[in-house]
Design a binder for this molecule. Sequence first.
Ligand code: FMN
Length: 230
Amino acid sequence: MGDGAAQRLLLNHGPTRLKGPGLTDQAQPTRFSDQEFDNMKLLAISGSTRRESTNTALLMAMQDYLPPGAELSVVAWLDKLPVFSPDAEHGALPAPVARFIELVSRADGIIIASPEYVHALPGGLKNAIDWMVSRFEVIGKPIAIAHASHRGEDMLASLRLVLSTISEGFLDSAFLRIPLVGKSPEDVKTTLQTPDNEAAITQFLATVVASIRSTLTPATPAPASPPESR
Ligand SMILES: Cc1cc2nc3c(=O)[nH]c(=O)nc-3n(C[C@H](O)[C@H](O)[C@H](O)COP(=O)(O)O)c2cc1C
C-alpha cells in the first residue's frame, strides 16, 4: 500500500479499520482502485521451523503467484521468540519480538500455514499469537489460513477459533489446502507446479487480496478550504 493510502487509513480509523462481520456498519467501505494499492504487503507466517518444512515451502511458493501490486514476505523463525509472559510486556520488548510485531504492524494482511502437532497448534505458533494478543497491531488485521496437509483438523479448528478471537478481520472463507506431507523439497516443488495447484494458489491469493481491498475504508475527503478573503 502506498504511504498516502496507509496514512489516510490511519488518520481515519487508527489500527482498526475493518468492517468485520460482527461490527456495526456505520460507514460502508468503498473499494480502492488498484493504483492505491501499489504495494499491498502480505506477511506469511509459518508454524513450522523445520528446515524442509512443507508449510514454509507452500508460503514461499506463493511469492510467484501474487496479484499485481502485492508483495509477500515469509517469517519462518518463530523459534527465535522467547516464551511469552505478561510480565515481559512491560518495558522494552525482546528484539525478535519487537521485529515480529513490527512486521505484523506493517502488513496489510497475514497468511498463516502450520502443521498440526499432537492434535494442536505447534507451541511456537501459539507463543507468537500470545505475544500479539494484548497488542493493537493485530486488531482487525485480515488473516487467512493455508495448510500443507490432508490431516490436521484439530489444529485447524483451534487455529480458526484463536484467530477469530484475536482479529475480527479473520478471513474464514479464504482457505488453501495442498497436501504435501512427507514430500521432499523437490517433490513439493513439482507438486506445487501442477496446473491445479497453481490455479488454487492463484485463486487463494486473489481472494485474500480482494478481501483486504474490500474491507479497507477510504479516507473522508478533507473539507475544501474557504476562499481567502482579501
Ligand atoms: C511432534 C509432532 C507431532 C505431530 N502430530 C501430528 C498430529 O497430531 N496430527 C497430524 O496430522 N500430524 C502430526 N504430525 C505430523 C506433521 O504435522 C506433518 O509432518 C506436517 O506435514 C509437518 O509440517 P512441516 O513440513 O511444515 O514441518 C506431527 C509431527 C511432529 C513432529
